[in-house]
Design a protein around this ligand. Structure first.
Ligand code: CIR
Length: 256
């Protein structure tokens, strides 16, 4: 069970962040509304939130998930692969250290974005992407192994529709992975039950299990029905403005 989450309110320069999609410019009022509803949803799931002020030095800093990986024992600080995001780690470090005595930091030349890291019980999938490199994956796997977890890598660099590993897969508990079609054939997923997300609903594959609910983006009825059929309880949130900046549900919080 998660007890807490850290989020950061989007800054007024949110639209200056990185994006690879052509879905228009985010409307800032609506960005704030959607973020507020996301925070309310986490509270409804029983979490106590630490809400950080906007950080105008880093337009992408509302995507807090990319700066750290929180395990029950240790907080791992990432080294984001995009130069414009590197400073986000120093900014969030003291906020995370309020809750963690034990930390580990990915060092150069390693790069790791938290969005590439999918915890699935005692195993971690590490995406090798245009943000997370092999050296970062090696350092992270060594840290996780020392904590008693197993880890393996998945190369997503050839998948043009996916920025981060977790854009395409989510672990939602009960040995179940939600997986986009492009990744569903990966033999590493064979120990898991799969909920496959059709190409049309592929953005929905980034969902988040929070205690007894699964946060799911609005507009993906087939995925929502499939989750319900397997006994999960979807909580639907409008993510249209974050999607314009390549963001998904998981990126907006650090849950622990
Ligand atoms: C970026 O390109 O870094 C941000 N605009 C979006 C980051 C989304 N994070 C995530 O999927 N974990």
């Amino acid at each position: 069970m998660f007890k807490r989450a850290i989020v950061r309110i989007p800054g007024s320069n949110f639209a200056d962040g990185l994006t690879s999609v052509d879905l228009g410019i985010p409307q800032f009022d609506e960005v704030l509304n959607q973020h507020a509803r996301y925070c309310d949803a986490l509270r409804d799931c029983g979490l106590e939130l630490t809400v950080l002020e906007p950080d105008l030095r880093h337009p992408d800093s509302t995507f807090v998930e990319d700066a750290a990986i929180l395990t029950p024992q240790v907080a791992i600080f990432c080294r984001p692969g995009a130069p414009s995001r590197e400073g986000e780690v120093a900014a969030i470090r003291p906020e995370v250290e309020r809750f963690y005595f034990s930390t580990f930091t990915i060092e150069a030349p390693g790069t790791v974005d938290g969005g590439d890291i999918c915890e699935a019980g005692s195993h971690f999938f590490i995406g090798i992407s245009h943000r997370t490199n092999s050296e970062g994956a090696r350092q992270l796997a060594a840290c996780l192994n020392a904590l008693g977890y197993t880890a393996s890598t998945i190369d997503i660099r050839g998948m043009s529709s996916i920025l981060h590993l977790k854009s395409g897969i989510s672990y939602i508990g009960d040995s179940t992975l939600v997986v986009c079609e492009e990744m569903a054939g990966n033999s590493q997923f064979s120990p898991f039950a799969l909920i496959r997300v059709s190409v049309e609903e592929s953005y929905g594959a980034n969902c988040v299990s929070v205690n007894d609910r699964v946060l799911v983006a609005e507009g993906f009825p087939k995925l929502t029905t499939d989750l319900q059929a397997r006994g999960f309880r979807p909580l639907i949130l409008d993510m249209s403005e974050f999607r314009k900046m390549d963001g998904g549900l998981s990126c907006l919080s650090l849950r622990f």
